[in-house]
Design a protein around this ligand. Structure first.
Ligand SMILES: Cc1ncc(COP(=O)(O)O)c(C=O)c1O
Length: 387
């Protein structure tokens, strides 16, 4: 059997591999603190669960339109219009099994062989992978710790060529927790408009943000038509396993993405979509409760990391990750993450799981209890003191 070149080009998400390794150690009786996976530890709020159960009982168990059911698209359009201060209609919305598909389907819809796509690095590994699967060339834009994990504008300009078709941005960002400033967003918008480039704005952490107002590039004049907003329910509503996300873009692109869905998934589980309507239209107090809890945990983990000799970590402004600098130990990120897993029983991810510019860092997810965070920090401190 021969595996296709397309699959050989694809990358992967190391988080799932590390999780498997950590689980194997647990099966051998080891105690492991899980700081590797980027998934809320909270359960889906009760009103959303009940809406899903009721939908199954009411037989919302049949196929639905590939683009998503109208009532959910209306709820998304209303929500995005309000939160991004733009005018979105339901036919500019597509519902997908997770926000992740928007990355993949956008790449498939916009990129051809020989095209180039600029994406942040370190970043969510699926960007690079999706660009490669589509046959295009991934062009990494380095995020710099000294710039609070923003990019250097001069370097950005150098990466733009006549082949650039797509720019991917992610704010708040995974794995750094950084937020793009209004000036940076306007800089990118200018480049996109001047060079006729589309922008995929991954806004999956738009509601997990600390002390700042969320800003979308789509809100900038002239950008709505050339932006694909990716958002969803996994992080905001603790609904990772439901598989529900969406894209907001111009109608032509939404049609292209819908065509891919007809060819692949057919549609998102219909009862899941009904639960999504409740998520958007029901009470939002659980969202704020979770956000506050993440903020408290963030303070514990960042302060704790900065107290460990040899480790330093910037205060993230969003998402639920700490991206800690471990360069002083003279080991690669992978060696250090392996050392922490095997010797301290703490699962983290090497920065290189997020691209080559992640070397020298490890990512810790603080979507876990304060007890776990404290125990994890104690174990890390002790293990690193032996190096
Ligand atoms: C930056 C980013 N984008 C998109 C996703 C995909 O989320 P989902 O497919 O669960 O909606 C994730 C999940 O980890 C992420 O971190």
């Amino acid at each position: 059997m021969k595996i296709s070149k397309l699959v050989q080009r694809a990358g992967t998400e190391t988080a799932f591999e590390t999780l498997a390794k950590a689980k194997a150690l647990e099966r051998q009786g080891r105690s492991i603190i899980h700081l590797e996976i980027g998934e809320p530890d909270f359960n889906t709020p009760e009103n959303i669960k009940q809406a899903g159960i009721k939908a199954i009982q009411e037989n919302y168990t049949h196929y639905s339109p590939s683009q998503g059911i109208l009532e959910l698209r209306e709820a998304v359009a209303e929500n995005i219009s309000k939160t991004r201060n733009i005018d979105v209609s339901p036919d500019e919305v597509v519902i997908t099994p997770g926000g992740k598909d928007i990355i993949f389907f956008t790449a498939l819809s916009l990129l051809d062989d020989g095209d180039e796509a600029i994406y942040p690095n370190p970043s969510y590994p699926i960007y690079e992978s999706a660009i490669k699967i589509a046959g295009a060339t991934p062009v990494p834009l380095q995020l710099l710790e000294e710039n609070d994990f923003a990019f250097d504008r001069k370097e950005f300009e150098k990466l733009v060529t006549e082949k650039t078709r797509l720019i991917i941005i992610n704010s708040p960002g995974n794995p750094t927790g950084s937020i793009l400033s209004q000036e940076d967003l306007e800089f990118i918008a200018d480049i996109a408009k001047k060079n006729d480039i589309m922008v995929l704005s991954d806004e999956i952490y738009s509601q997990i943000i600390y002390g700042e107002k969320f800003r979308s590039i789509a809100s900038i004049k002239g950008m709505k038509e050339r932006t694909i907003i990716l958002d969803g329910f996994s992080k905001t509503y603790a609904m990772t396993g439901w598989r529900l996300g969406y894209g907001v873009a111009n109608k032509e692109l939404i049609k292209a993405i819908t065509k891919i869905i007809t060819n692949s998934d057919s549609c998102v589980a219909t009862f899941t979509q009904i639960a999504g309507i409740e998520a958007l239209k029901g009470p939002q107090d659980e969202v704020e409760k979770m956000r506050k809890m993440y903020e408290e945990r963030r303070n514990i983990v960042i302060n704790g990391l900065n107290e460990i000799p040899g480790v330093s970590c910037k205060m993230p402004k969003g998402a639920f990750y700490a991206f800690a600098n471990i360069k002083s130990f003279g080991k690669t990120s992978k060696e250090l993450a392996d050392y922490l897993l095997n010797n301290a029983g703490v699962a983290t991810l090497p920065g290189t799981a997020f691209g080559k510019y992640g070397e020298g860092y490890i990512r810790l997810s603080y979507a876990t209890s304060k007890e776990n965070i404290r125990e994890g920090l104690n174990r890390i401190k002790e293990a690193l003191s032996k190096l």
